[in-house]
Design a protein around this ligand. Structure first.
Ligand code: ZN
Ligand code: ZN
Length: 302
């Protein structure tokens, strides 16, 4: 599982601070999460192959999370894309994008498929044979979802020496990997546990931005491998969290601790601050394993 931060700042873009966009690579999928202004340029800078992006997840309709989308949709057309593009976003985005396309008479030649979200409960919105994606309802000034990306349980691993010793035909290897007991060549039932090892633990990534401190998300993100939680403010500006419906670094860390996640990544920094080390030190007073996101930074979780 690999996460590339294209932008991790709030509000207006500037030379060294892009609004929110990320690429998550998980089990051969390349998911684009949010698409703030400048995302195309950052995709180029980070050498992401445009054609690999087939699914885009938009958290909410504040401009710093989707103003780059119409540009990207249009560029895909110019690049003569033919493969489907799926967009998962709050209800309303389809109307915005289609109006922009209509007024510029620039329809896509590839299928553009919108999955409009309006549920206030967590729901499964994407699934393939290896990955599931759920929404994480967040509390913000407008309707907002975070997203939980979860690898399905990996297959059990064969111990090839024990399998050979047990005289099991190759035709049964698939069943063994799936956890079944099988009969060997002599008709004896072989217990799965005897010839296989536990699978590699599956990973998960929870993206939570933008949101006020909200413990309701804890059961959804419980025990996840990596949590990206917005930390717009430092402690000294905590009073701003309620009117703006954002969080401090310490609040993000409290959620990480209560949800028992392995790693917390902070981001969505307000551009009022000059450095970000203080976000880390404040969060670390609550939760130890804290990383700072930075535009252009890649995190590997293998
Ligand atoms: Zn934002
Ligand atoms: Zn917002």
């Amino acid at each position: 599982m690999k996460l590339t931060i294209l932008g991790c700042h709030s509000a207006t873009p500037s030379i060294n601070s892009n609004p929110t966009a990320q690429i998550l690579e998980i089990k051969n999928n390349m998911f684009l999460i949010d698409c703030g202004e400048g995302t195309q340029v950052e995709l180029r800078r980070n050498k992401v192959k445009f054609s690999r992006i087939k699914h885009v997840f938009i958290s909410h309709l504040h401009g710093d999370h989707y103003f780059g989308l119409i540009g990207l949709v249009n560029t895909f057309s110019l690049l003569t894309r033919e493969t489907e593009l799926h967009i998962y976003a709050p209800k309303g985005l389809k109307e915005v994008i289609l109006l922009q396309m209509k007024l510029s008479a620039s329809w896509t030649k590839y299928p553009l498929i919108f999955h409009e979200l309006n549920s206030k409960e967590s729901e499964l919105i994407y699934e393939d044979d290896k990955v599931e994606v759920f929404t994480i309802p967040l509390k913000h000034r407008i309707y907002t979802n975070g997203f939980l990306f979860k690898e399905k349980e990996n297959e059990r691993k064969l111990d090839i020496n024990l399998v050979t010793e047990a005289n099991i035909d190759k035709a049964y290897f698939r069943k063994l990997k799936q956890g079944f007991d099988v009969e060997n060549e002599d008709g004896v039932l072989i217990s799965n546990k005897k010839v296989t090892k536990d699978p590699i633990p599956s990973k998960s990534y929870a993206f939570c931005s933008d949101t006020v401190y909200n413990e309701d998300i804890i059961p959804i993100i419980k025990d996840c491998t990596v949590l990206y939680h917005e930390s717009t403010f430092l402690d000294k500006n905590e009073a701003l969290c309620i009117p703006t419906k954002h969080s401090t670094a310490k609040q993000a860390a409290t959620i990480a601790k209560k949800a028992n996640v392995e790693t917390l990544i902070l981001g969505h920094y307000s551009t009022r601050y000059n450095g970000y080390e203080e976000f880390k030190s404040e969060a670390k007073t609550v939760f130890d394993n804290v990383l700072l996101s930075k535009d252009g930074k890649t995190f590997n979780f293998d």
